[in-house]
Design a binder for this molecule. Structure first.
Ligand code: MG
Length: 320
């Protein structure tokens, strides 16, 4: 047990947890993509710069989808060059993954020097249809050449998988269905998977079951990341369950920005500050300066004109 600094929890390590967690920060992409009002490109660049200064080293920057699909991210060509050469507080290189849905998106990303790309599949037919206007297998076929070429060009490839726990149209999602798509993404060459609880309905026992089934299917835990939504307040409990399984990559969004347009409640992504608070309390290293991160989310909330939904941002903002 160590004495807490002001604005940090006591560090009390628990058994069976990793020493370090890599946070995959999705605020600039997943967080902003559903914002109705266009956020200026310079503000997005400043957001990413500040997040990097706070110690986040994997910062999902934007999405090279068709501009009409996600108007908020239509400035990918302008934004990416502004952040491409950023470094961390100690001059370390950053990872700046970008989403690419197809070969055209891949071309745009590679031309600008992206070295980390992500494709986004669905575990359910309903969401594949709603999000990509394809069946699950048609979407996988669309990604196959993207993944192959991305890897041939030396890019690291992440495969997002949406609706791993529940689906707003289909209800609970059978675990074998999720395992099948995970296997397909890995078999086509994805380096990493992100298991998405897109509508936030997972609970820790369900996380245990899915991770057990993935291990049984030969999916290496080191290739797994988790992407929980806090719709029902379960994101941290689910994260802890995943950490106990050896998962060390956790997606989060600064200030809790963003959510899923298909979930009725507005609460969405796990807030990075809430995650850092818990991990710090567990004595797990993240490399993140919580004070700088909270200040960044406070600044971004000002830009968006509404307070952050993160409990930790709110608690720390009212401290003094
Ligand atoms: Mg999300």
């Amino acid at each position: 047990m160590t004495t807490p600094e002001l604005g940090l929890p006591m560090a009390v390590p628990a058994e069976g947890l990793p020493a370090r967690v890599r946070i995959h920060e999705v605020g600039a992409r997943d967080g902003l993509q559903n914002e109705k009002t266009a956020v200026p490109t310079q503000v997005k660049a400043e957001f990413i710069r500040r997040l990097a200064a706070a110690g986040l080293t994997t910062l999902e920057a934007t999405s090279f989808v068709h501009p009409e699909w996600v108007p908020q991210l239509a400035d990918a060509e302008q934004l990416f060059p502004l952040v491409r050469d950023l470094t961390g507080p100690a001059g370390e290189a950053l990872h700046l993954p970008v989403l690419v849905p197809n070969e055209r998106g891949l071309d745009r990303a590679l031309t600008l020097g992206a070295t980390r790309i992500a494709v986004f599949a669905s575990a359910t037919e309903s969401f594949a249809k709603a999000n990509l206007n394809r069946t699950v297998d048609e979407a996988l076929s669309m990604f196959e050449p993207v993944v192959a070429r991305g890897r041939a060009e030396g890019a690291h490839v992440r495969g997002y998988l949406s609706m791993c726990f529940g689906d707003p149209w289909e209800g609970p999602v059978p675990i074998p269905q999720v395992v099948r798509v995970c296997r397909a993404l890995l078999d086509m060459g994805c380096d990493e998977l992100s298991l998405g609880d897109t509508i936030g309905v997972a609970t820790p026992g369900h996380v245990d079951r899915l991770l057990d089934a993935l291990v049984e299917a030969g999916v290496p835990t080191a290739s797994l990341g988790v992407h929980f939504h806090d719709t029902y307040g379960q994101a941290l409990a689910n994260t802890l369950a995943a950490l106990r399984h050896g998962v060390t990559t956790v997606d989060a969004s600064a200030g809790g920005l963003g959510g899923c347009p298909y979930a009725k409640s507005a609460t969405g992504n796990l807030a990075t500050e809430d995650l850092v608070w818990m991990l710090t309390g567990l004595g797990i290293d993240t490399g993140v300066d919580l004070g700088l991160l909270t200040a960044t989310s406070g600044w971004m909330a000002g830009q968006l004109g509404r307070p952050s939904p993160s409990r930790t941002v709110r608690a720390l903002s009212h401290k003094e």
